[in-house]
Design a binder for this molecule. Structure first.
Ligand code: ADP
Ligand code: MG
Length: 690
């Protein structure tokens, strides 16, 4: 008896549970659970006509069978039809499959066509069915599914829902007409019951049914962004008057003139802060464009009016650097800048908390430590996030919540005041993303580098030529320049990464006697890191061997060479960030990307992009094209918010239309808007709210 109970608790999830895992609960959820792709089982293709990468159905006869032991035990069957032959490989198999693939058997096989070893093409674990059976008369939809839920079971549930629910249209006829859209019912039926003669349009998603679905999805997203904007417009922030004195004092004591672009964005930010709504602005500027000083101007405006400013950076190294720089600029104006990080001692931290709570600290620079519960600001007016894409959604939420708490005392008409928020990033947002996921954000762009800089020259060097690279950096050091040497990224193992950095340091020290070489890696304490970083900044070190800890924001203008080993392992955004560490002074700088063969297709394209352009926008566009929005957005978005059907690149026109339609519906037909969002986003709407 005891036995059966324990079995029961471990029982498999029910069908309903498995469906719910896919978010399929209400009938309408099923209706909009649309096929990921279609398989064409309506035809038998001649083997000779198949191309690598396509999904195909063939019929052929087994002419040879082998059980192979190496490199892995597997069953191989050579299958032939009148046009050609291909190899079938089963990497694990049952005895009855040996029988199934016996020489002389004629079979129908379905699967992805891959490049083969012994034959030009092969199929690995194809689906097997009886040769000569009737062919499908429609395309076969393949749905996104989950473990333990078969395609037929899922399809059955979906088709049932299509019968059960009324497929009313959320869009009025006038709107459908204006944007040339199919009726909703018509569209979903076409997608779930795909007719064979429309196969091409369905497969490549150009079918009008797909257009309707993509439009609906984009519209829902735009509507929900419009709602978020409207909610934000109701929020209150302290209106902070433009600076009367501090800003011009700061301007006069800077060792350089602001660029026109910097002046323009400083004015945009200042105007935002003078309004009684919280600023929600992204300051975008390529690496080295001078965002930090812009942040300083925003800070003095708030400080002059008696508010505190928090500046948060994603790494301790970067936060420390900001602290030093801002302290240097602002202390002479009589502003108290304090520093808060996880590595302070308890006593130091208590002291820092107190100064923040009492309001003595005017500008507080730090890491995530800033959003710890113990930190209570007296009068927080402005929050600045540097390299904002590095922070998770929750961290940013925490900071605004904290800010809301600390400003509550200022609330005069019973409404909470929120601080203004300035996000800074060197990673530009491609246009399509700006129109979708980020459309609730105001953007300021620094589109100009400080004068006297020449673009970094990028060289691709194969790893065998390491010696030449060493000679070159030696010559540069003798000419008084400094060098970064970035060690290979080893994502699988932090320990291995550390090991590699230490080994590289040893090798460099031996190969380049007489040069002053430092080592920087993520396992060092921040005090240790600071010592190394300071010596590099003060030119007491010639070469800094480092892991990617130096990726964001580090600013040492005298460094002119950036060497990246195994650059093929890095992402495009990361390479661009690393390259941005040089080219910050007047001297010509170089980025040397060492790579090792063989290069994957993607790695090749990344390196080519780095070689061909130094323009951060161009890099971002290419990065988006290579990785797709999901990865591009990274931590910022939770998976559910991503578009399932529309494609940001191909459907740019539809995005425009959906945007126009959304503002019309939102203004004129709010009930239509609400219903449409409910159908498409359902519970996901909650997420968009945050
Ligand atoms: P990023 O935009 O990458 O954060 P930084 O703010 O670190 O760039 O600025 C890069 C370097 O350029 C810093 O040394 C900074 O002091 C300097 N800088 C900023 N603005 C100017 C300017 N207008 N003219 C000359 N140098 C500038
Ligand atoms: Mg920066």
């Amino acid at each position: 008896m005891a036995d059966t109970t324990s079995k029961k608790t471990a029982k498999k999830p029910s069908l309903a549970e498995r469906l719910a895992k896919l978010g399929l609960v209400k009938p309408m959820d099923f209706v909009v659970h649309l096929p990921l792709r279609y398989e064409d089982q309506t035809q038998i293709y001649p083997i000779a006509s198949l191309a690598v990468g396509e999904y195909a159905q063939i019929e052929g006869t087994v002419v040879q069978q082998h059980i192979v032991q190496r490199p892995r035990r597997q069953l191989q069957a050579l299958v032939r039809d009148s046009s050609g032959e291909l190899m079938v490989r089963l990497l694990h198999y049952y005895p009855n499959q040996i029988k199934q693939f016996q020489v002389g058997q004629t079979l129908r096989l379905r699967g992805e066509v891959r490049r083969g070893f012994q034959t030009a093409i092969e199929m690995v674990h194809p689906k097997v069915s009886q040769a000569g059976a009737p062919l499908a008369t429609t395309l076969t939809p393949i749905y996104p599914t989950t473990e333990g839920l078969s395609q037929p079971a899922l399809r059955k549930a979906i088709l049932q829902a299509l019968e059960d629910v009324e497929l009313d249209d959320t869009l009025p006829p006038s709107v459908r007409q204006q944007y040339d859209l199919w009726e909703f019912a018509h569209a979903v039926r076409a997608l779930h019951y795909p007719a064979a003669e429309q196969s091409q349009a369905l497969l490549n998603q150009t079918h009008p049914a797909w257009k309707r679905i993509k439009f609906d999805e984009l519209l829902a997203q735009q509507l929900s962004l419009a709602a978020a904007r409207a909610r934000r417009a109701k929020l209150k922030a302290p209106a902070i008057a433009a600076s009367q004195g501090l800003a011009s004092q700061l301007l006069h004591q800077l060792p350089f003139h602001l660029t026109a672009a910097q002046q323009r964005v400083i004015a945009e930010i200042s105007a935002d802060m003078q309004r009684a709504q919280p600023m929600h602005r992204l300051l975008q500027g390529d690496v080295g464009s001078g965002k930090t000083v812009v942040a300083a101007f925003a800070a003095v405006q708030a400080i002059e009016q008696g508010y505190q400013v928090a500046l948060m950076a994603p790494t301790e190294l970067l936060a420390e650097q900001h602290y030093q720089k801002l302290q240097g600029w602002l202390a002479p104006l009589g502003i108290t800048v304090s520093w808060l990080s996880g590595s302070l001692t308890m006593a130091q931290r208590r002291h820092a908390y107190e100064a923040i709570t009492q309001g003595q600290s005017q500008l507080i620079v730090g890491t995530q430590a800033l959003i710890q519960d113990k930190v209570q600001f007296a009068r927080l007016g402005l929050v600045i996030l540097d390299e904002q894409h590095r922070f998770g959604v929750t961290q940013r939420l925490d900071l605004s919540r904290k800010a809301a708490d600390s400003l509550r005392s200022l609330d005069d008409q019973g409404q909470t005041l929120l601080p203004h928020q300035l996000n800074m990033s060197a990673t530009p947002i491609p246009r399509t993303l700006a129109m979708t996921f980020y459309s609730d954000l105001d953007v300021s762009i620094i589109d100009e580098l400080p004068p006297g800089r020449s673009p970094v020259q990028t060289k691709l060097v194969v790893a065998d030529r390491r010696d030449e690279v060493m000679q070159r950096i030696q010559a540069a050091v003798q000419a008084g320049q400094q060098v970064y040497w970035v060690c290979p990224l080893i994502e699988e193992s932090e320990a291995l990464q550390l090991q590699t950095a230490e080994d590289t340091y040893e090798q460099m020290t031996q190969a380049l006697p007489g040069l002053r070489i430092g080592l920087l890696h993520g396992r060092m304490s921040s005090a240790e890191k600071n010592v190394v970083m300071d010596s590099f900044r003060l030119a007491q070190l010639d070469i800094l061997v480092a892991t990617t800890v130096i990726e964001v924001g580090v600013d040492v203008p005298n460094a002119t060479i950036m060497v990246i080993e195994h650059s093929e392992r890095f992402g495009l955004a990361q390479l661009h960030q690393l390259r941005g560490r040089v080219g910050r002074g007047a001297k010509q700088s170089y980025c040397i990307l060492m790579y090792q063969h063989p290069l994957s297709a993607i790695a090749r394209q990344r390196l080519r992009a780095m070689y061909e352009t130094t323009d951060g926008f161009e890099i971002a566009e290419r990065d988006l094209a290579l990785r797709g929005p999901g990865e591009f957005l990274g931590v910022r978005q939770s998976g559910q918010m991503l578009l399932r059907f529309a494609n940001l690149e191909q459907d740019a026109d539809l995005i425009e239309q959906a945007k126009a339609c959304a503002s019309y519906l939102y203004e004129k037909h709010p009930t239509v808007a609400t219903r449409h969002v409910a159908r498409w986003l359902g519970t996901k709407e909650e997420l968009l709210r945050s």
